[in-house]
Design a protein around this ligand. Structure first.
Ligand SMILES: [Zn+2]
Length: 180
């Protein structure tokens, strides 16, 4: 899709930031959540109209609808996609939880990817492990993709490239192979 997007550019920085902020937005349907507390009028409105947690804002229907306003944003394609993928990553990960997600809303069926003993409860040790593994993997991908661009940075280039090489070498060879 945008695999040839130059790394050290403003659109790339905007795309990363956009994805970062889009990720938690779906939880606006829960007044106690980080996002729900910050935009509480919307959180309260959603709960008043019966949109309980992990329903409308976590559905495939909403994801498809979200693309319409994103299409008209005056931003480069890479930013549009990053925001959409950032948002989508949330309902993609939530089904690992024992509560599941109404992905197919308005069909009221809760999609769960793991049986209860293996499911990952909110704020549990398992969630922390999953979070760290995903953060480490993101760092690996980032280091892999920025490495060629880092070499071009004036003065600090070799040191930055060596740092990203060092980070990549922390991973087992089989995982390193994913970015080579
Ligand atoms: Zn959620």
């Amino acid at each position: 899709m945008h695999v040839h997007q130059p790394v050290l550019t403003w659109p790339t920085a905007a795309a990363l930031l956009g994805a970062y902020f889009a990720g938690p937005i779906a939880d606006v349907d829960q007044p106690q959540s980080y996002v729900g507390q910050r935009v509480w009028p919307l959180a309260v409105l959603l709960s008043v109209v019966g949109m309980r947690h992990r329903r409308l804002t976590h559905s495939l229907l909403f994801l498809a609808t979200l693309w319409a306003p994103l299409r008209f944003l005056p931003v480069p394609d890479v930013v549009r996609w990053a925001v959409w993928i950032g948002y989508a990553s949330h309902p993609a990960i939530d089904p690992l939880n024992e509560e599941g997600v109404e992905l197919l809303w308005p069909w009221r069926f809760r999609v769960k990817l793991l049986p209860n003993p293996l499911a990952i409860p909110v704020e549990s040790f398992r969630e922390t492990v999953l979070r760290r593994v995903m953060a480490a993997f993101s760092a690996l991908l980032f280091a892999g993709y920025v490495r060629p661009a880092l070499r071009q940075v004036p003065f600090a280039g070799p040191a930055l490239a060596a740092a990203s090489d060092g980070l990549i070498r922390l991973f087992p060879a089989s995982i390193q192979a994913l970015i080579r």
